[in-house]
Design a binder for this molecule. Sequence first.
Ligand SMILES: Cc1cc2nc3c(=O)[nH]c(=O)nc-3n(C[C@H](O)[C@H](O)[C@H](O)COP(=O)(O)OP(=O)(O)OC[C@H]3O[C@@H](n4cnc5c(N)ncnc54)[C@H](O)[C@@H]3O)c2cc1C
Length: 380
Amino acid sequence: MAPDFDIIILGGGCAGLSLGMRLAKLGRDCPRVAIIEKRAQYVSDRTWSYWASKSAQLKHLARAEWKKVAIKGAGKNLSIDCADVPYQAIDSATFYDAAVAEVSGNDNISFYRGEDIKSLRKKGELWEVELRDGTVSGRQVIDTRPALDSERAVPLMWQSFSGVEVECAENTFDVGVATLMDFINGPEGQVTFLYLLPYSRTRALIEITVFGRDSRNEGDLASILHEWVKKITGSATVKINYREHYAIPMGLPQIEQSKDASYVRAGIEAGGARASTGYVFQRIQRWAAESSERVRRRQPVRGHNADPWVMRKMDQLFLRVLLRNPERGSELFVRLFAMRDPRSVIRFMHDEATLLDYLKIMCALPHSLFLAELVRGLFR
Ligand SMILES: Cc1cc2nc3c(=O)[nH]c(=O)nc-3n(C[C@H](O)[C@H](O)[C@H](O)COP(=O)(O)OP(=O)(O)OC[C@H]3O[C@@H](n4cnc5c(N)ncnc54)[C@H](O)[C@@H]3O)c2cc1C
């Protein structure tokens, strides 16, 4: 029997829509695609920040960019000039609007919204997805839905964050610099810092981020966030535009894709997140671009590429050192950014580090902590 679709994308969030957008750009060469998404409507629910390197995608959607970032901690106050790789932020609503417009403009793509996928099964060569009013079939399924709790692997560490976008009645923020990390006291045994993206002199995203073995819920971070919002905004009248909270799993084991190449998992929990930084957005864009290129060449879509061995080892080592020595977290990050050429660490963060960058990073960090962890690794 002929399938309804060549490709069915389960989940129309960042990964699903990014792939949909890329496929839509193939024009008449776009295969028959279905995107099936639970949400009926998209609202602004997150802000994606990333280093806008030459190869970064969708930079035109950015709501703001910063050519200077600040790192504060361990008695240092660093201002890093990053004009050649600025730090940018995209409001998710802008991305959703652009993606929906793009996929809706290609007749080969059917977009099912407000559909909570009931079941997925393979019948012969075809996948069948059960929806509210019947089933749709396809040759290949790209599953970007979050894994079930029971299937979820244990990450080495969690990056939990809670933030608010505030609007102040008076000028409050310096738009010239984004504060990437301002280390503060947080929950016991966790590396905690403040993150501040000033969109204008009156509007900013203020966030508390915690690196730790366990994830933190919104309530855990509420009082510390409230305290810092008050400290930063002082006597200004403050309106809260929106809130965000999330916990990114860091250092997840490499996922095993199904042996059946017609079922592929993708997205944040399927190799989309960089182990040591939690950056996801640009990795998803790269995967979407590579996938659409494969489709153009009539090859099946694959999951996220495995990170190079050196990168995986460095990431794991860094996370393990951080886990064992949370009290030295601020010192470790400050040392990295205090390197003579901080572009090495910036390249490391956005997956473009060279071997020389890795060497420089290793030299910048306290050797004893890392050697001890390396030795422990030999016995693990
Ligand atoms: C508040 C917040 C801030 C973030 N900030 C950054 C950042 O600054 N930089 C960065 O790189 N990353 C950031 N991330 C991490 C990451 O980029 C996002 O989580 C990203 O959205 C992950 O994309 P995804 O497609 O894997 O998951 P999602 O975008 O969550 O998409 C999964 C989709 O599947 C749908 N779905 C689930 N179940 C079903 C079902 N049964 N039927 C149909 N549809 C279903 C969901 O509705 C959702 O749309 C942030 C995440 C959050 C939550």
